[in-house]
Design a protein around this ligand. Structure first.
Ligand code: UD9
Length: 367
């Protein structure tokens, strides 16, 4: 039996293909929802026809990563016995909690999306989380050659590292194909964009990184006020109060600006398929956009995803108002937009979960 631990939307997106691939190989899999973002986690799993097998109820009122971790580790440790291996994904507090619990319980730990590094303290706390998980993992599924190299540089033994591609690309290509073949799903996914004027360019914006809360967010919002003059802006607003309140204060009611609740995964993929340009600080969107040929401007100072920069699909733009306005306007006037819109697959070709499941069955057995 394998135990997969996750708590947030991106973990659901990237673990769902692995759950399906393991079950397709006859493995018994239990998915634990930590409750970090329970509603988004549940909804995202449901988009893949999955439900969590265990739903923890210990995070009520826990606000800081320290509180979340402190409550999760003892409960997760109690779930560990009897499992062949525990799987965590990425860099969330839930993932670190699952990793620590597995380590204390002496159950082998598998890390999905291993080896992503910026080389500095940012992003906080994610860089710290994934580096610590990297020290605890017995098996590292690294999405790209750069991630494999980062693990080698930290002294991780080569036989513990497998280059797999990113399972988020499996999820994306699967959903993209469904949206093109299932008219009812596509109609439901398109509904949130109903009010968008399709004659104007469409800028899709997501923003939630902790290091951008405060001054960075305010500067981005000032840029969006200027940009809304010439384009449609679609912004699914992250529910964190440090994001939600300033976004509504700056942009609510402005013509051309569509402030939406967080979109379900099918609707968000649909929005990426319709957009002219994405402006984001999300990790997952940096990976997904190149696969769809959606040019992406990254509102961060550093990224652990250099591959999209190398293929030319992504550019770093930071969070400064003038830089964002200039970059978006420049691209929309035709300066390099078509080169950035060439679909490429630097993060994987859509077979990552099958590779991972195959390696897990080989190393740990099937049941
Ligand atoms: C430091 C860092 O970069 N860490 C990342 C962070 O995740 P993130 O930054 O990618 O998080 P988000 O942007 O929240 O999610 C993105 C996913 O959500 C979908 N989406 C988006 C908006 C919406 O309205 N509806 C949706 O469905 C979208 O298509 C995509 O698949 O933690 C992950 C877990 O460990 C890590 O893997 C990952 O490194």
């Amino acid at each position: 039996m394998f135990l997969l631990v996750g708590g947030t939307r991106p973990e659901a997106v990237k673990l769902a293909p692995l759950v399906l691939a393991l079950r397709a190989r006859g493995c018994v899999v239990r998915v634990v929802a930590t409750g970090q973002h329970m509603r988004l986690f549940d909804e995202t799993l449901a988009a893949f026809g999955l439900v969590a097998d265990v739903r923890l109820g210990v995070l009520e009122g826990a606000r800081t990563p320290a509180e979340v971790l402190g409550r999760l580790v003892p409960v997760l440790a109690g779930l560990m016995p009897g499992h062949k291996a525990v799987v965590v994904q990425g860099d969330t507090t839930s993932a670190l909690g699952g990793a620590l619990a597995a380590h204390y319980a002496g159950v082998p730990l598998v890390h999905v999306e291993a080896g992503l590094r910026t080389g500095g303290p940012e992003p906080f706390p994610e860089e710290m989380h994934r580096t610590l998980i990297g020290q605890l993992a017995d098996l590292h599924f690294a999405p790209t050659a750069a991630a494999v190299a980062a693990l080698a540089a930290e002294g991780v033994a080569g036989e513990r590292v497998v280059m797999t591609g990113n399972s988020g690309i499996d999820a994306l290509l699967w959903m993209h194909a469904r949206l093109r073949s299932d008219a009812a799903l596509a109609a439901a996914a398109a509904a949130p964009l109903a009010g968008v004027d399709r004659r104007r360019p469409l800028l899709l914006v997501t923003m939630h990184r902790r290091e951008n809360h405060g001054a960075g967010l305010d500067a981005v919002l000032a840029a969006l006020v200027v940009l809304s003059d010439g384009m449609e802006i679609v912004l699914p607003v992250h529910p964190h109060p440090s994001v939600e309140w300033p976004v509504h204060a700056a942009l609510a009611g402005r013509p051309g600006v569509h402030l939406l609740p967080p979109l379900g995964y099918p609707a968000f993929v649909w929005a990426m398929m319709q957009a002219t340009l994405a402006l984001t600080d999300s990790g997952g969107v940096q990976e997904e956009a190149p696969a769809l040929g959606l040019p992406v401007l990254v509102m961060r100072g550093v990224t652990e995803r250099p591959e999209g920069l190398a293929t030319g699909n992504a550019r770093m733009v930071g969070t400064e108002t003038g830089a964002i306005v200039a970059a978006v306007r420049g691209l929309l006037m035709g300066e390099g937009l078509s080169a950035m819109a060439e679909p490429t697959l630097p993060y994987g070709v859509g077979d990552a979960a099958g590779v991972m499941a195959g390696v897990m069955v080989e190393r740990f057995g099937r049941a």
